[in-house]
Design a protein around this ligand. Structure first.
Ligand SMILES: C[S@@+](CC[C@H](N)C(=O)[O-])C[C@H]1O[C@@H](n2cnc3c(N)ncnc32)[C@H](O)[C@@H]1O
Length: 381
């Protein structure tokens, strides 16, 4: 059995010509080009800076050239956006644990389990409340998500065992069961071994599209081999960890949870790895596309969007979340500017030193998913 690492690359079906995720050096130019070309195809371009949700606290947000961070209730923010303009929505709402989530330097804390918000913690420690949730209370928001998505736009809803099943039934009613494409299982290893049931070590991410014409780039990840296999026609490579092949990503994703010593970690509870959002955005959007996240927490979606040259709208009702997101976004933008300044002037073809394969731009309806990757993992779709 081979192991796979968390990194991905666009597969044969992936558009990678000048892909910003692969070549940071050209992100800015690509963003501008992508934005113009989509506009040229008759798609209206919506500027994130024009977001003005009712009741927004504009004092704490942030507006950049390609994005907008807003302190706002999710529904109010969704309602403020025009119809059919957003390419992808990712929502990672509170999971309905019934706990209050506290800021911690190390491990995240939750009430009712590891990390209750105890009496010794101050109000500033509390990042956000996570009340017991009835998924039917989210229906209005999900209907708004469907309204703001462009035809063929994508909706990723990140949940866990508590609400995913009831939510799926409700979402089928809003998006149509035929528009449900995947339940992505994000599998991770974290501490804690319960004595009366199996360890719960995955989240579920429901992937819907709003109709025909969705974007999908097949991504490949490294699969490490016990030794060199030398199977005819299956290229094998070697790096410091050993021999590997590439295989197409399936719907079970092994991405490490952010550990205490992770550089990425902000201390915001339930912060998701940028690698998770990078996969979603690389697979299901194009450079210049508009991505929205109304429960942005620490700003992970915006960070991934900036790195990949996507436009973005991020919102959260928590002051703490906005504060942390703003810091991360400003830092990311600063790095971008520095990279822009430092980069040598090269034509795109010369700059392409990545191990990329042939590409096919895939604004297609329903990938057949039946192809074999180099690792030979056939899809069941
Ligand atoms: C699970 S966290 C999101 C974590 C985020 N994906 C990250 O990587 O940091 C959920 C977020 O939803 C926010 N939230 C809860 N109810 C909300 C509402 N009605 N409107 C906007 N944000 C809300 C919380 O403040 C919290 O930051």
């Amino acid at each position: 059995m081979g192991r796979s690492d968390g990194r991905v690359r666009p597969g044969r079906a992936g558009a990678h010509q000048g892909h910003p995720g692969r070549r940071p050096a050209q992100r800015t130019a690509l963003l501008a080009r992508a934005t113009t070309s989509r506009a040229g195809r008759g798609h209206l371009r919506y500027t994130p800076s024009s977001v003005t949700p009712h009741g927004e606290d504009s004092s704490s947000g942030l507006t950049t050239a390609n994005g907008r961070l807003v302190r706002s209730d999710a529904l109010a923010l969704a309602r403020s956006l025009p119809t059919g303009e957003v390419d992808l929505v990712y929502l990672d709402p509170p999971f309905g644990t019934g706990a209050s989530r506290a800021m911690l330097k190390g491990r995240a804390k939750t009430a009712g389990g590891a990390g209750d918000v105890g009496p010794s913690q101050t109000i500033r420690d509390i990042a956000y409340a996570d009340p017991l949730l009835d998924p039917s209370s989210q229906v209005e928001l999900w209907q708004e998500v469907r309204r703001i998505l462009r035809p063929g736009g994508a909706f990723f809803l990140h949940l866990d065992w508590r609400t995913v099943h009831a939510s799926k039934v409700l979402l089928d009613g809003i998006f149509g069961a035929d528009n449900f494409l995947n339940e992505i299982i994000w599998h991770y290893a974290t501490g804690g071994v319960p004595t009366r049931w199996f360890s719960r070590k995955h989240d579920s991410i429901l992937y819907y599209v709003s109709g025909p014409g969705h974007t999908f780039h097949r991504l490949q990840e490294k699969k490490y081999l016990a030794h060199k296999m030398s199977r005819k026609g299956v290229p094998e490579y070697r790096d410091e960890r050993g021999w590997y092949r590439y295989r197409f990503l399936d719907d079970v994703w092994q991405i490490p949870w952010l550990t205490q010593d992770s550089k990425e970690r902000t201390g915001f509870p339930t912060q998701k790895p940028v690698a998770l959002l990078t996969r979603i955005l690389e697979a299901c959007t194009e450079p210049g596309d508009l991505v929205a996240d109304f429960f942005c927490g620490s700003g992970t979606t915006a960070v991934a969007a900036i790195r990949l040259g996507r436009r973005w709208i991020a919102g959260d009702e928590s002051e703490r979340a906005i504060e942390i997101s703003r810091g991360r976004i400003e830092e990311e933008e600063r790095r971008e500017r520095e990279a822009d300044r430092d980069r040598p002037t090269k034509r795109p073809a010369e700059a392409n030193t990545d191990e990329v394969r042939s590409s096919r731009s895939s604004r297609t309806e329903r990938e057949d998913g039946g192809g074999l990757g180099d690792g030979g993992n056939a899809s069941h779709e």
